[in-house]
Structure formats: structure tokens, C-alpha cells
Design a protein around this ligand. Structure first.
Ligand code: C5P
Length: 308
């Protein structure tokens, strides 16, 4: 290694995408946000954010859907780094590179994972030394799903989805993800939901769901897969009905839309079963990508740090 590379400090943080194993939605509050009762599970599809020193904030993006990601102040990684600058008062800047696996606008919180990863990466790079709890608080200001991307594994979300409590899972679950190139707008899906549902003021998870998760068997969990936003997503993108039908034909235990869609998550018994469901989904040509995935995955963590 040359002397030059040895003195370049650079931090890479990896944060996971998520699916919603269950999502119950209430009616919007005065701020327009919907109270949720949801179970998030982090999956092994990652966003890697590398932060390196720069004399102003800049961002570049590569990987799945990179051309759809804004490179200005709307970029969630930039917003996260700017918020950290603001609260710590640091005058340092960074160049952020985002390497994407999670689809853009896919209902899998890819942008939220970018924000979570950028918070952690810049906190390391700048040595601003905020504690994990402070970062989780900032994460909640950046978006409803950002705290979960920091935390990972499996968790129950309430409030806007940003208030988290642990959910125990002893085993690994096996999912097949069917991704779409074109995302869905989360506000549009919530608006369609509002137009068609008399939702409760405070949604709650059904009895037995947490026990089914901790029991660890996919067969136990399958009856609890539920997404209140699914009908709205299918109304806005009717082809998603074909994806769900293909997963069913492929023998999945069950399939649901993740979050506000359009990604579909199909639950399988084990890896071999997941591969056979994926085979049918690929043959049906209803998705831009079909991936077999273990879960739960870890939350945002430093995977590489080159220090001064
Ligand atoms: O919190 P986040 O910025 O990720 O939310 C994106 C959009 O999704 C919000 O502007 C809002 O329209 C909608 N949303 C909602 N209720 C939630 C979470 C998100 O209405 N609990």
C-alpha cells in the first residue's frame, strides 16, 4: 500500500433493507402521518455508504436503480449527514458514495438505509461521537423507517413506524423477493388506502404474532402475514396481482407486498423451497429481479474503516 492510500480516512457502513412481515395501518393524524403497528424484518439486501473527507457535502450513487436517486439536498444520505453537522456543530464535510442493492421506491426502505448508514459513517469519520441512542433519535427525524435500518434484526414498530421494540426470532426465515424496476409513491399508496378504508385510530398487532415469530417456524408465521396497504398498492399497480399469483403457483407458503410496495416478499420453508418458488417466479417474468434471501439481517454497522 502506498503512503498516500494509508492516510486517507474512509468509513464504510452497511445497512439492510427491510420487509414488513405484518403492517396494520390507522387513520392519519393531524400531521398527515398514519399510525402503524408493524413488524419489520431486516433482509440480506444492503446499502453500503462510504464516507470520505471533502471540502463540501457531495454524493455519488451506484448499483440498483442508481439513476433514479437524486444527488442534491433531497438525497437521504446527504440529509442525514447535514443533520449530524447541524446538531454537532462540526464544520467537517464528506463525500458519500452509496452502493445500492435495495430497490428505489420499492417499499423496502432503501433510502432509509442510506440515511442510517450515512449517520453512522459520518459519526465515525468526523469523530462526532454521538451515542447509538442519539443516532436513533436523529434517525426518527429523518424518516419513519430510518431507526429500524440502524437497529436491524426483527422489531415491532409503532407511532409512524419509528418507535421500536424488540421481537425475538430464534430461527432464520427464508424469503423470495420479487422486485420491480419502477417504484410506487408511498404517499400515493397511503392516500389510496385512506380513500378506501375506515381505519382505526390506533392499529394493533393480532394476538399470537410475536409468539409465532419467536417460535421460529415459517408454518407458524404464515397465517400472520398481513399488509393493510396491499390492496391499495395492487389498485395502483394491478400487475402486482400477477406477482402474488405467481408466488402462490410456485408453492410459497404466502406472499405479501412489502410496505407500500411494489416489492413482493414470499415466505418459504427453507432455502431449497425458496429456490423452487424463485424458479417459478422467474419463469413467470413478472419481476425485474427475483432473489432468495435469509432473514433477519443485522442493523447498520461499520464494515470498513481506514483511519488516519
Ligand atoms: O417518514 P417517511 O419520510 O419515510 O415517509 C414518507 C411518506 O410516507 C410521508 O410523507 C407520508 O406521506 C407517508 N407516511 C405516512 N405514515 C407513516 C409513514 C409514512 O403517511 N407512518
Amino acid at each position: 500500500m502506498s503512503d498516500d492510500t494509508a492516510v486517507v480516512p474512509q468509513v464504510t457502513v452497511r445497512a439492510p433493507g427491510k420487509i414488513n412481515v405484518a403492517l396494520y395501518c390507522g387513520r392519519p393524524d393531524a400531521s398527515g402521518y398514519h399510525p402503524l403497528a408493524t413488524v419489520f424484518q431486516a433482509v440480506e439486501l444492503y446499502e453500503d455508504v462510504t464516507a470520505s473527507p471533502a471540502d463540501r457535502m457531495t454524493v455519488s450513487v451506484s448499483g440498483r436503480g442508481a439513476e433514479q436517486v437524486p444527488l442534491d439536498q433531497r438525497n437521504l444520505a446527504v440529509r442525514a449527514a447535514s443533520l449530524l453537522q447541524e446538531v454537532t456543530g462540526t464544520e467537517q464535510h464528506a463525500h458519500l458514495h452509496v452502493a445500492k442493492q435495495v430497490p428505489v421506491g420499492g417499499g423496502m426502505a432503501g433510502g432509509s438505509a442510506d440515511a442510517a448508514a450515512a449517520l453512522l459513517a459520518c459519526n465515525e469519520l468526523w469523530r462526532t461521537e454521538l451515542e447509538r441512542g442519539d443516532l436513533i433519535e436523529l434517525a426518527g427525524q429523518l424518516g419513519s423507517d430510518v431507526p429500524f435500518a440502524l437497529r436491524g434484526r426483527t422489531a415491532v414498530g409503532s407511532g409512524r413506524g419509528h418507535l421500536l421494540t424488540s421481537a425475538i426470532t430464534r430461527e432464520r426465515f427464508h424469503w423470495v423477493l420479487a422486485l420491480q424496476e419502477e417504484g410506487l409513491s408511498t404517499p400515493d399508496v397511503f392516500a389510496d388506502f385512506d380513500a378506501h378504508h375506515e381505519a382505526p385510530e390506533v392499529p394493533r398487532l393480532p394476538d399470537g404474532l410475536l409468539e409465532a415469530l419467536s417460535g421460529g417456524s415459517a408454518e407458524e408465521l404464515v397465517g400472520f402475514l398481513c399488509n393493510d396497504l396491499q390492496e391499495a398498492a395492487v389498485r395502483l399497480r394491478p400487475e402486482l396481482g400477477d406477482v402474488l399469483a405467481a408466488a402462490d403457483r410456485g408453492g410459497a407458503l404466502a406472499a405479501i407486498i412489502s410496505g407500500s410496495g411494489p416489492s413482493v416478499a414470499a415466505l418459504a420453508l427453507d432455502e431449497q423451497h425458496a429456490e423452487s418458488v424463485a424458479h417459478v417466479l422467474r419463469g413467470a417474468e413478472v419481476a425485474s429481479d427475483v432473489l432468495v434471501m435469509g432473514a433477519p439481517a443485522a442493523g447498520a454497522r461499520v464494515v470498513e474503516a481506514i483511519a488516519l
